[in-house]
Design a protein. Structure first.
Length: 546
């Protein structure tokens, strides 16, 4: 429990205690904040305040708001925010829709204008009650028109998982709980595999009614369209039905551990011979599933598809000599290699060293051999299934390689421009190379619900061998950018590094994708720098767990 002001319901009337001083509700409301009305411009009143809120204003405003909230005085709580029209009804819905019968809120020590607090509530439904404790925070700002200190309203004040339009609900769950197990029947406990929490929530909503379970009584977050979201509290447990996934518990554990090395990281692993998803992990672990839903430029990992396009259109084969100057011009833009390095050799050497200019110069407007602005996207869809709609079992973002113009075309060849991918997409690309053909990744077998999987043409045999040769060179040659990360990974293996520049970041995002045996994986580390360093270590740890 944090030290600080304590707000609670006492005999049906709220009180606030701070430093041993108790305030009655009337004095708290009128004496400290001056009430809900704007009196700053009235005759004889103090002038409207400007500038940052003071420490005293932060403490008093937070105390007032928490007191009104704990007492269930929704209108009063709303008037203490900078958005009373939204905040008041939200506070009322918290108590009514959420079934919160009691609440005690303990405020912690402010940091600047931010006040952390702990909520100890009791949730009641049809005579069944259960305690509920969690932490949140609020910030105090100065009102633009009144100059009064006010709580900056956001739904996360009431609970950190609430978003705009969502509400708290308590009642009989809309779907039965599920006992998710891996492909060998090992139970996937959310406490042991925290990255799976949003995945398991999504699986329950989609498949809970198919597993033969019985619903219990729960508190959950309901989205604006009425769809149940995360379960926050279980008042009475239902009977879970069993749902078998394609996850491998051992690989998942390795993935969970690997992403924790970095503040923001995501990884996904796919079995090339089947398309089965063996792991998905994110750090932070709860909330947005970046590994499946991310939409970011993949950097030079995209050169796998670019190399396939070059072979498809006869631009170059793995053994074709290519130029790798320190920079190259495409229309109005100049592209450079990392530290402006240069090398001689064939396309395999350029791939292993991740030479940007080689993959652009060979397809310059004066020498592009019929390679048009849609060629990369066509190749991605034709052979790698990128651009098709995937039916994984939960929602995913399926990768995008749109038509480009001007210098964006050159940028797309090295994974920049308008291209967006995530870890699952890039793991699938490596899996396609290893398998010699695309098999759509899936988390739940299609026989469970009869959904259709996306399809793509198999890679031509010579293209498969060429891509495997280049990815192996990147992973094993002395000059290969993936060699360090893949050093302890068993053969047969292949990999590709990537660094993606983001406009508002001083350090590039780190990307890495590779395969070993019958497992392929890809990772992205936000602001991780070179792909062979941060993301490479994540992927290597996952591949070694196979």
């Amino acid at each position: 429990m944090r030290s600080g002001a304590k707000v609670g319901i006492v005999g049906g009337v709220f009180a606030v205690v701070a430093s041993g001083v108790a305030y009655g509700g009337y004095n708290l409301w009128n004496g400290i904040t001056g009430g809900a009305k704007d009196v700053g411009t009235q005759s004889g009143a103090a002038p409207r305040k400007t500038g940052p809120v003071t420490a005293e204003e932060v403490t008093a405003t937070a105390r007032d708001f928490l007191a009104a909230w704990a007492a269930g005085e929704a209108d009063r709580a709303g008037q203490l925010t900078n958005d009373p029209v939204t905040a008041g009804p939200a506070v009322a819905a918290y108590r009514e829709g959420g079934g919160v019968s009691e609440a005690e809120i303990t405020a912690g020590t402010p940091t600047g204008a931010t006040v952390p607090f702990t909520v100890k509530a009791t949730v009641t439904y049809k005579g069944v009650s259960k305690p509920w404790t969690y932490e949140s925070k609020l910030s105090v700002v100065r009102g633009e028109s009144t100059g009064r200190p006010l709580v900056r309203w956001t739904p996360t004040v009431l609970h950190p998982k609430l978003v705009a339009g969502a509400t708290l609900r308590t009642g009989e769950a809309k779907t039965p709980p599920v006992k998710a197990v891996d492909h060998e029947g090992v139970e996937l406990f959310p406490e042991k595999y925290p990255s799976l929490v949003p995945v398991l929530d999504a699986l329950r909503q989609r498949y809970g009614g198919r597993t033969g379970g019985e619903a219990g009584v729960e508190t959950w977050i309901e989205t604006a369209n009425g769809t149940p979201g995360s379960t926050l509290l279980v008042l009475s447990a239902g009977k879970p039905g069993e749902l078998r996934t394609t996850i491998d518990a051992g690989v998942q554990a390795a993935a969970e551990k690997a992403v924790k090395q970095f503040p923001t990281a995501a990884v996904a692993a796919v079995e090339p011979s089947t398309g089965a998803v063996r792991a998905v992990a994110n750090n932070p672990a709860s909330g947005y599933n970046t590994a499946f839903m991310g939409e970011q430029a993949p950097g030079s990992t995209m050169k796998i598809v670019t190399a396939a396009m070059m072979m498809r259109y006869g631009v170059a084969q793995p053994g074709t000599p290519v130029e790798c100057p320190p920079d190259v011009r495409w229309e109005e833009r100049t592209f450079e290699n990392l530290k402006r390095f240069t090398t001689n050799g064939d396309l395999t050497n350029a791939f292993a060293m991740s030479c940007n200019t080689a993959f652009i110069k060979a397809i310059t407007p004066l020498n592009k051999k019929g390679v048009h602005n849609t060629a990369l996207g066509d190749t991605a869809r034709k052979w790698f299934g990128i651009g098709e709609v995937w039916s994984v079992g939960v929602q995913t973002s399926d990768g995008s390689v749109p038509e480009s113009t001007g210098s964006e075309t050159a940028a797309s060849y090295i994974g920049q421009g308008k291209i967006t991918m995530n870890a699952l997409n890039m793991a699938s690309i490596s899996a396609t190379v290893k398998n010699g053909g695309f098999l759509q990744p899936y988390l739940i077998p299609k026989g469970v619900d009869g959904r259709e999987f996306a399809k793509a043409e198999r890679l031509p045999y010579e293209v498969t061998l060429g891509l495997q040769k280049m990815m192996n060179a990147a992973a094993t040659r002395l000059n290969g950018t993936a060699r360090k990360a893949m050093a302890g990974v068993p053969s047969p293996k292949g990999a590709k590094t990537g660094s993606a520049e983001v406009d508002d970041q001083s350090t590039s995002n780190s990307w890495f994708t590779g395969y070993s045996g019958d497992l392929a994986a890809a990772a992205v580390v936000q602001a991780g720098g070179h792909g062979g360093d941060a993301a490479g270590d994540v992927v290597a740890q996952v591949l070694k767990a196979n």
